[in-house]
Design a protein around this ligand. Structure first.
Ligand code: UDP
Ligand code: MG
Length: 317
C-alpha cells in the first residue's frame, strides 16, 4: 500500500479547518489503494487554529500537525511539511477549499498510475479577482518567463501531488529565499496540468494584500533571474557612451566657437538623469545584496513550537 501525505498550510484558519477536514475525509476515504495522512502546518496562527488541530489529531490518528512559534509565511509552512513527510506521494493543498479536493483522486491517479511525477493545478479563470490584480499577474508571468531560467506556467498554483523523488529534489535546494513557484518548476520532471477553477473561500479571509503580492512578484524575479543586473549594466554603459559623445561635442564646439555661458539646463538635466539611473540601479543591487545577506546568515526558515510527529516512527520506513 502506497502512502499519500497531504500538507495543509494554515494561518488563522479556525473556521475553515473543520470544513476542510469534513470535506476532504470522505474523498480520501474513497481512495482504495492509498493510505492518506494529513500534515497540517499551523503557521503561527493567532486564532484557535492550534487548538482545532490538537482536537483533530486526538480524534483521528491520520492527523499530524506542526505548529510554528510565529507566522513565518506559507513558503516556510510548505517547506516544514515537505521536510516532515516520508510518504510515497506528497500533496499540498490550501485549507480554505479554494483548491477543489474533488480533483485529488484524479491527481493521485496521474502520479500513481499514469507515470507522471507531478500532478499540478493551473488556474483557468480569474473570477472573483480585480482587473488590476489579474493584469499585474499576467504581466508578472510574461516578465519572469522572459528573463528567468525557470519557466513558470501561467496560473500555476501550489495545489499539487508529487512523487517522493520530486520532493527530494525540492529539498535539495538549500536556499533561504524560497519562491516555491520557481522552485517547483526549476526541478523539472513530468507534470500533468489540471485546469482548475477559482473557488470562493470556504471561511475566513485571504491573507494577501496588494503589497504582499508586489513583494512576492519581486521575489520571483530576483530569486530566479539575474537579468535586472544585466539591464543595469546595459543602461549604465549606454548612458556613459552618450555622455562621452556629448562631452566630446562640447569640447570641440568650445575649441571652435569659444566657450558660451549658457548650458546650465543641459548640465543640470544630465546630472538628474545620471543620478536617477545610479540610484535606480543601486536599488537593484540592494535587492540582490539583501538576499545574499539573508542566505549568508543561514537562519532557519521557521521555528517549530509544537508537533505531534514523533521523529523515530517517521524515520523508520
Ligand atoms: N497561509 C499560511 N501562512 C501565511 C498565509 C497563508 O500558511 O502567512 C496559508 C493559508 O492558511 C491558506 C493558504 O496559505 O491555507 C493560502 O492562503 P490564502 O487563502 O490567504 O491566499 P489566497 O488563496 O488568497 O491566495
Ligand atoms: Mg485562499
Amino acid at each position: 500500500m502506497k502512502t499519500l501525505d497531504l500538507i495543509v498550510p494554515c494561518y488563522n484558519e479556525e473556521e475553515a479547518l473543520p470544513i476542510f477536514y469534513n470535506t476532504v475525509v470522505p474523498i480520501v476515504d474513497g481512495l482504495a489503494d492509498s493510505a492518506v495522512r494529513f500534515l497540517f502546518v499551523d503557521d503561527g496562527s493567532r486564532d484557535k487554529t492550534r487548538a482545532v488541530l490538537r482536537d483533530l489529531a486526538e480524534k483521528d490518528e491520520r492527523v499530524r500537525y506542526i505548529s510554528f512559534s510565529r507566522n513565518f509565511g506559507k513558503e516556510a509552512a510548505m517547506l516544514a511539511g515537505l521536510r516532515a513527510t516520508n510518504a510515497d506521494y506528497i500533496g499540498i493543498i490550501d485549507a480554505d477549499l479554494q483548491h477543489d479536493p474533488q480533483l485529488l483522486p484524479e491527481m493521485l491517479r496521474a502520479v500513481s498510475e499514469e507515470g507522471y511525477d507531478i500532478a499540478a493545478a493551473r488556474r483557468v479563470d480569474r473570477i472573483g479577482e480585480s482587473k488590476l490584480k489579474s493584469g499585474f499577474s499576467k504581466a508578472f508571468y510574461k516578465i519572469i518567463n522572459r528573463i528567468s531560467d525557470a519557466s513558470i506556467e501561467e496560473g500555476a498554483q501550489d495545489y499539487r501531488i508529487m512523487r517522493r523523488k520530486v520532493v527530494q529534489a525540492i529539498l535539495s535546494m538549500p536556499e533561504y529565499n524560497r519562491f516555491s513557484k520557481g522552485i517547483f518548476s526549476w526541478v523539472g520532471f513530468q507534470t500533468k496540468w489540471f485546469p482548475h477553477e477559482n473557488r470562493a473561500r470556504s471561511a475566513g479571509r485571504s491573507k494577501w494584500s496588494f503589497g504582499n503580492l508586489l513583494t512576492y512578484a519581486m521575489d520571483g524575479i530576483v530569486n530566479f533571474s539575474t537579468a535586472p543586473l544585466k539591464i543595469s549594466l546595459f543602461f549604465g554603459s549606454a548612458l556613459s557612451f552618450v555622455g562621452i559623445i556629448y562631452a566630446l561635442y562640447i569640447i570641440i564646439r568650445t575649441l571652435l566657437l569659444g566657450s558660451d555661458v549658457p548650458g546650465y539646463p543641459s548640465i543640470f538635466s544630465a546630472i538628474l538623469i545620471i543620478g536617477g539611473f545610479i540610484l535606480l540601479f543601486l536599488g537593484v543591487l540592494g535587492e540582490y545584496i539583501s538576499r545574499i545577506y539573508m542566505e549568508v546568515k543561514n537562519r532557519p526558515n521557521y521555528i517549530i513550537d509544537e508537533t505531534n510527529i514523533i521523529p523515530e516512527t517517521d524515520e523508520k520506513k
